[in-house]
Design a protein around this ligand. Structure first.
Ligand SMILES: [Fe+2]
Length: 152
């Protein structure tokens, strides 16, 4: 379970909202994994969600990083590409996987671990740097605090 903490916030309202959705979906998956509700469809749903929602969110976040010419923009884009590629591979694996419950559960455990590590480390590292970069630009633009509710 990832409990949302202040330290996860980038200060960019739209990005923080997207991250909360990702964390909520991760937590729902964990709940299914720890109950007997886990099946092939649950795993497929998670992987499709990651492909579409995370893919969409990454594009929005990359636009912000480029718009503010953040030094970490390229590193962020590459990390996102790696994420999409990795979980696309996991999706391909799922298609060929046995539907036997023990096999599905083991596969889901691996996904759970990979996703939790990626989310926490990426949001706390690269995404925080984007947040600082955006805040710095806004501060330099004058009237500190006046644009805090803006969504780039
Ligand atoms: Fe990111």
């Amino acid at each position: 379970m990832i409990l949302w903490e202040k330290r996860y916030e980038t200060g960019i309202p739209a990005v923080d909202m997207h991250h909360r959705v990702l964390v909520r979906t991760f937590n729902d998956f964990e709940e299914a994994l720890s109950s007997d509700q886990l099946d092939y469809a649950t795993i497929k749903e998670l992987l499709l969600f990651l492909k579409h929602y995370a893919g969409w969110h990454f594009s929005r976040e990359e636009e912000v990083a480029e718009c503010y010419a953040c030094p970490v923009a390229e590193k962020n884009r590459k990390a996102h590409q790696g994420f999409i590629h990795h979980f696309q591979q996991r999706f391909e694996q799922l298609k060929t996987l046995s539907r036997e419950p023990g096999t599905l559960r083991q596969f889901a455990r691996v996904l759970h671990q990979e996703l939790s590590q990626w989310l926490v480390s990426h949001v706390l590292n690269v995404d925080q740097q984007i947040g600082h970069c955006v805040q710095q630009h806004r501060h330099q633009e004058g009237s500190p605090g006046s644009q805090q509710e803006d969504t780039p």
